[in-house]
Design a protein around this ligand. Structure first.
Ligand code: BMA
Length: 316
């Protein structure tokens, strides 16, 4: 296994999740056209890492860019926004955001919010992070947050999503859907809704869930409405392994909330939005990539066993 990004918990820090001292790790300077680089997803690839990045450009259009990194900290992004190859061979510019990426069976899947005919959740894939192929929309509009599971469950592909509206949706629960072929999705089940405090307004899945003996570890975002607007924090839950629509535990306190300047100041203040988590099974280390204030990409860390224990001990 390649060494995932890691920095030890600073002395005296008693938080379950701690931030990289290098934050923010990706800023707008990484691509000339960028107004902001935010909610982005990465995976181990070859001798290093690859990913799909949300770049809002200087026309404030929502685009995706591919990227590569040797160490997971320093990234090179494609100058051109991502386009998808369709079944007829034509190329189609992606107008979309909030990608997730995972390796499943023989390829890397990308799930993102497609603004073209939506917004709704769409699927694409790549083998090499050079050529990307369109699979199509998974759901009807409106749905703006899709996360695939990293293996079939009960013989079917499985996806978490959050049905929404066309705007800055003031509601949102997490649902589970199945597919025999990655194209046709059904058997939709409710997984979890809002709760009090930091997750009172809406909740949505974050990184690809991590399979553990205690269930699927799902890091998710939760939103509260203050007099100043939305505040996006992150929590964690354990979902049943074979019936992931059954929540075993979910945290009452958040695990990460906007507190640093780069999380509280930016295009959308007070946002932490995790989209990827690299897990090294040997060391139990987890590196979480999250968007901050809809402006930059940041890194935070935790240990798998500590997070599982935290979820169980701090369950609501
Ligand atoms: C959500 C999405 C995210 C964004 C968040 C906070 O609805 O648009 O991309 O980070 O709002 O602005």
């Amino acid at each position: 296994m390649i060494q995932i990004p890691w920095e030890e918990r600073p002395a005296g820090n008693r938080e379950i999740v701690w931030r990289s001292a290098k934050n923010p790790i990706i800023t707008r300077e990484v691509v000339p056209c960028a107004n902001s680089v935010l909610n982005s997803a990465v995976v181990p690839f070859g001798d290093g890492f690859a990913g799909v990045f949300r770049v809002d450009n200087k026309a404030r259009q929502l685009r995706l860019h591919s990227g590569k990194s040797a160490d997971g900290f320093t990234w090179e992004l494609s100058e051109e926004p991502l386009s998808l190859i369709r079944a007829d061979g034509s190329r189609h510019l992606v107008r979309g955001y909030d990608p997730r990426v995972l390796f499943l069976e023989d390829r890397y899947y990308i799930v993102y919010c497609n603004c073209e005919d939506g917004p709704t959740v769409a699927v694409a894939y790549t083998f090499d992070f050079q050529d990307f192929y369109d699979v199509g929309n998974a759901f009807l509009p409106f749905n703006r947050n899709g996360v695939l599971f990293p293996r079939k469950i009960g013989g079917k592909y499985a996806m978490l999503s959050r049905p929404s509206d066309n705007g800055h949706t003031a509601f949102g629960d997490i649902y589970y859907s199945e597919s025999p072929d990655m194209v046709h999705w059904g058997c939709h089940r409710h997984v979890m809704g809002t709760a009090g405090g930091w997750q009172e307004l809406k909740v949505g899945a974050g990184p690809v869930p991590i399979e553990t003996d205690e269930g699927w570890l799902m890091i998710y975002h939760g939103v509260l409405l203050s007099c100043n607007g939305y505040t996006y924090s992150a929590g964690a839950a354990l979902l049943d392994l074979e019936k992931p629509w059954e929540v075993r535990y979910r945290t009452e306190p958040y695990i990460l909330a906007p507190q640093e300047l780069y999380e509280c100041v930016g295009d959308v203040p007070n946002v932490v939005f995790p989209c990827a988590a690299l897990c090294d099974r040997e060391t139990g280390r987890i590196a979480i990539y999250y968007g901050a204030a809809d402006t930059v990409v940041c890194l935070a860390y935790t240990y798998l066993d500590e997070l599982i224990a935290f979820v169980k001990e701090n369950a609501m």
